[in-house]
Design a protein around this ligand. Structure first.
Ligand SMILES: C[S@@+](CC[C@H](N)C(=O)[O-])C[C@H]1O[C@@H](n2cnc3c(N)ncnc32)[C@H](O)[C@@H]1O
Length: 92
């Protein structure tokens, strides 16, 4: 069972308006690693909060986000439109 299935809106609001610095800090620590790559895959992309920040820093990169939660991916799609490729993976 995916605990994010019925919590997608809550997750997105929490990190957008309350834990506002968290994703900035994650991307700050990731950036030295991903800076030189153009193809980036995030497994567990969620609602796209990391992807959104990476795309601001690397607007021309090819970003693919994978997640098992359709609800999370729907919010990522709303946030990022066609700027990234989103893939729903299957949980066995
Ligand atoms: C804590 S959230 C993080 C989301 C995003 N990376 C962020 O930082 O905002 C974890 C995400 O991983 C996804 N997830 C959990 N297990 C997964 C798996 N086996 N394959 C793909 N996604 C998975 C969940 O559905 C959820 O969206």
């Amino acid at each position: 069972m995916n605990i994010y299935a019925d919590r997608a809106n809550y997750y997105d609001l929490l990190f957008q308006y309350i834990c506002t610095d968290y994703h900035d800090e994650v991307v700050k620590s990731l950036f030295p690693i991903i800076r030189d790559f153009n193809n980036i895959v995030e497994i567990g992309v969620g609602t796209g909060l990391i992807a959104e920040r990476v795309l601001k820093l690397k607007p021309n990169c090819n970003f693919t986000g994978i997640d098992i939660s359709k609800q999370m991916l729907d919010l990522a799609k709303k946030r990022l439109g066609n700027k990234i490729k989103l893939v729903e993976s299957i949980q066995k």
